[in-house]
Design a protein around this ligand. Structure first.
Ligand code: CU
Length: 170
């Protein structure tokens, strides 16, 4: 009797341990760190998000989304006619084991914000990567909203005019 009880509870523990491992594997890829967005100015309904992303196998970032915005896009900056312009891209290459920084040269763009982003807010983001074999993994991260005035990253955003004049439709 006693032995039966012990072995069945042992089995339950083993199953739970397996479930935890599975969760950890799923959440580990892609690895996203340092996600942040700048607080919005009055009337601004889009926001850039910056982060670092790492994968263990060659992949592409194929989709981004957030419940706080109508949609999210992957943007890269390009020089055109001497001006820095933003371009939406369908995906972004993520080489294996090489941290890709979405910073000054690229970012995620939240478009159609449902409410202003205030310093201290945390915004959930879902990032989906696709591997060469078409297998997809998604991870949810929380981006920290930082104060609008922060000096050092101002040079990261010479493109706000480009955004306003561009084809964001917002
Ligand atoms: Cu942009």
């Amino acid at each position: 009797m006693n032995r039966g009880i012990i072995s069945s509870s042992g089995r339950i523990l083993a199953i739970m341990a397996l479930a935890l491992c599975a969760t950890r594997v799923m959440a580990g890829e892609p690895t996203v760190t340092g996600a942040w967005a700048k607080a919005t100015a009055p009337g601004q309904d889009s926001a850039s998000v910056y982060l670092h992303i790492n994968v263990r196998k060659d992949a592409r970032l194929v989709a981004v989304g957030s419940p706080v915005a109508d949609r999210a896009e992957i943007h890269v900056m390009k020089h055109e006619n001497g001006m820095m312009m933003m371009r939406q891209v369908e995906d972004l290459a993520l080489p294996a084991n090489k941290e890709v920084v979405l910073g000054s040269g690229s970012h995620l763009m939240l478009i159609g914000l449902k409410k202003p982003l205030k310093p201290g807010d945390r915004i959930p983001l879902v990032l989906t990567v696709e591997y060469a074999d078409k297998h997809r993994e998604s991870t949810t991260v929380s981006a920290e909203v930082r104060p609008l005035v922060s000096g050092h990253d101002e040079h990261d955003m010479p493109d706000m005019g480009g955004h306003d004049m561009g084809s964001h439709g917002d």
